[in-house]
Design a protein around this ligand. Sequence first.
Ligand SMILES: NC(=O)c1ccc[n+]([C@@H]2O[C@H](COP(=O)([O-])OP(=O)(O)OC[C@H]3O[C@@H](n4cnc5c(N)ncnc54)[C@H](OP(=O)(O)O)[C@@H]3O)[C@@H](O)[C@H]2O)c1
Length: 230
Amino acid sequence: MGVVLITGASRGIGLEFARQYTQEGVGVIATCRRPGEAKELSLLAEQFSNLSIEQLDLSSDDDLQALCLTLEKSKIQLDILISNAGVLLNEKFGEWTRQKFADTFDVNVTGAAMLAQSMLAFLSPTGKLVHLSSRLGSLELGGEGMADADSYSMSKAALNMLIARLASAFKGSSSCVVSLSPGWVATDMGGASATLSAEESVSNMRQAIGALTALDSGRFIDNQGSSIPW
Ligand SMILES: NC(=O)c1ccc[n+]([C@@H]2O[C@H](COP(=O)([O-])OP(=O)(O)OC[C@H]3O[C@@H](n4cnc5c(N)ncnc54)[C@H](OP(=O)(O)O)[C@@H]3O)[C@@H](O)[C@H]2O)c1
């Protein structure tokens, strides 16, 4: 396998994806919004020459353009794009604010969509575009599981539609786009009581991603590759 690009690699699941793919010997482009503050990622880059770090704030068109230029200059083709960066701004019904909805959708939906659109030119013909979603975004499951995550749940439902639209755009190609739920993972977002470590979740997800083919395009899957109801 060639190159994997990961967003939100400063911590949590994104950092663990960067660590595991790097240790496997794959070329990794780990993006984060403040490289200077991403200490663990920087340490990893000092140890492994197959890992490079690029700045990418999903809210910034300038960052996205700069990343495209970098990829263009180095003639990079991406085998896997892990669209991982996301935010969860807690608020329950009765405490919703326009600002929190806007901030959540800006990263989880608009940011992911603009990234996907910009990266298409760099995706290899058999490239895999993997979006980190959540069971909370399942309409059929009613977003049940977290009482104070309504804008987050809605944003992941919207993200799932992004996957459906991209799958339609990819139809007939050998590429694959999926929505992938990592499980409940112990990170800053998942909290300490989560049932899975980042290491376990990412290890499972890497296996599931490895097994994906174009026939899987448009699916909503868990970290074992099994379907989640929409
Ligand atoms: N943990 C779970 O249980 C769980 C469950 C279901 C789905 N997920 C999904 O899995 C993904 C990763 O979650 P996590 O648990 O690793 O979360 P996390 O620990 O909170 O890490 C979030 C990552 O996203 C980055 N990020 C936030 N806003 C950004 C922006 N505007 N531009 C670029 N990067 C940005 C953060 O960067 P900074 O360090 O700069 O803030 C950080 O690297 C998310 O999409 C999340 O919704 C997680």
